[in-house]
Design a protein around this ligand. Sequence first.
Ligand code: ADP
Ligand code: ZN
Ligand code: ZN
Length: 681
Amino acid sequence: MSPAVAKVEPLTTARVLRGPFDYQRPEGVGVGSLLEVPFGRQTLLGVVTGLAEESEHELAAPRRVLDHSLPPDLVELALWMAAEYCSTPARALTLVSPAPGARAKTALWAQALDVAGDVRLTDRQRALLASLPRFTGADTAALRRLEARGLVRIAPRTVRRAPVHTAVGARRPVPPPLTGEQDAALQAVLAAAPGEELLLHGVTGSGKTEVYLRAVARALERGESANVLVPEIGLTPQIVSRFAERFGDTVAVLHSRLGAGERHDEWARLRAGEARVCVGPRSAVFAPLERLGLIIVDEEHDASYKHEGDPRYDARAVAARRARLTGAVLVAGSATPRPESFHAMRRLRMGSRVDGARLPAVEMVDMREARRAMHPQTVHALHDSPKSIVLLNRRGWSNFLTCRTCGEVWMCPDCDVSLVLHRAEDLMACHHCGHREPVPARCDACGSVSIGRHGTGTERLEHELAAAGHPVFRLDADTRRAATVLAAFEQAPAGILVGTQMVAKGHDFPDVTLGVVLDADATLRFPDFRAEERTFALVAQLAGRAGRGRAGGRVLVQTIAPDAPSLAFAARHDSEGFLAGELARRAALRYPPFSTLIRIVCSSPAPGAAAAAAQAVRDVLPIPVLGPAPLFRLRGRERSQLVVKASDRQVAIGAVDAAVRGIAADRAHAAAAFSVDVDPQ
Ligand code: ADP
Ligand code: ZN
Ligand code: ZN
């Protein structure tokens, strides 16, 4: 007899509500089925996470069984994710489920039947018949009249809403023959054991994408599917179109900017096996692929793989887990891999560029004596190079404003940070909460009209470079259409691409000969154990954008710390040396991958409540913990942080989850909110 009970996890965000709850099991329902179930007075969408023979409870019947279901391995993945990131099964299952509202779109499709010569038709009817079967449902009534006379047959058809990225037509370029290094890497991928994790450590321009494409082709030949994860899709449209060009309709794209309809259709095509390659950012790791043979994580060092909502999952760790669950091979690729990956994965090295070109020379520009944002040496170099990229990790015009008379600094009313001047929009903005206010004409405190603007952001830099006669293309979070800016820069015969770290992502512009990093120290100064890693990656990735063509290239790094090890290694293009040193440092300080970090942030609008809640969590935690330490006030909430640095990961996760749940349920701390971040970035 088949099990009579379905264990259902209702998809609610309430933390206190923990399933699964037992319901009657309708015919055909199994793990992964999506149901609408009565829940108190509500009807909730739920996922079946298990089946049972019997239950102690009286069972209600589900109201409806949805057409779509989740592959069972995704249910298992979500339950793992809930535990691993101290979240709830419902929240994790919500992330892996298709959007509940969306449905397939159907249109009428009409087919003309054999018409005897003597049928009398109006001209309009004749025109209508002649236009079949392209008929799209504009004049249904006329068509129905023809149907009634037996002249046409009408049926609903599903219409695919395809995302623009995949619309590449029939163009199928012939793949280039592989270089020796590419072929060796590909052979290693093809020979890897199920569940194995490989690091494709290839310098910028070594042709990692071609290795991915060949490995995906082989997975498809074996009847398997492939999942390709990329950083933000708006910044790297090139890679999506390369997959679509190579594999056509079997490629589906999943990302958050798709409309609900497009998303539904792409999801359904994957679920039905019509599409067997899914390309997308972080959340595409939950693509409903079956017989998964290969997971690729491109630019694996990219920070966008970490999700900042609850559960705070890391798509790289989820991908590795999914590979192990399904027996797929995981390939993570980067020119600047994370120390964690370098330490744990089997490495495949590609040390030279496809075209044999040398990596650009990287030179430090010592800014200790400099007076302006740009050193004269930088100004000259920009003048001599037709196409350049300039990176400055700061948006806006000036980073802060002060009163020259009394020293007042303009601060965000809701956060303890200074407001940034955006001159084009003529306003002051908080980069943490989005607060905006008019640019001040005088000081609120003393009435002085003498206001100082300090620091240079991308907006001011754009203005200064344009004033010096350069065509300038700006790319930062204030840019509405990143792809348009990138395309314009690519087509321009000369110019400078100016922006935040967005300009250093995997773009492939063959004619850029100069890269410049302004204020490299901003990243280096950041109080975080990953500061060195980030600085190295930033410089090395920017170097990767320069000198891809015949003309060669050069990179200038403006810094007041020209001897910093991360910069020196980047200048020598020595990522192995950097990683070896960084791993030794982390081992000595017991940082990841030699420990697990868990960050607990308590916040509250009530004065003192955040610190009290953090102290309470600390008091019940049975493991060593650092803090509470105050963080700056954000969105009107005081914040207090605890950090656990643990050698036993599972013990620490369990202890933190129990402690936070206990204190969160305590009425004395009702004013506080809690967020737990395992492996914070
Ligand atoms: P990476 O991702 O490693 O930085 P890309 O995948 O962007 O490098 O490849 C760099 C350039 O080299 C691309 O324009 C790509 O089309 C080209 N390319 C890749 N493999 C080959 C090959 N085997 N022969 C010729 N050109 C290649
Ligand atoms: Zn003043
Ligand atoms: Zn703010």
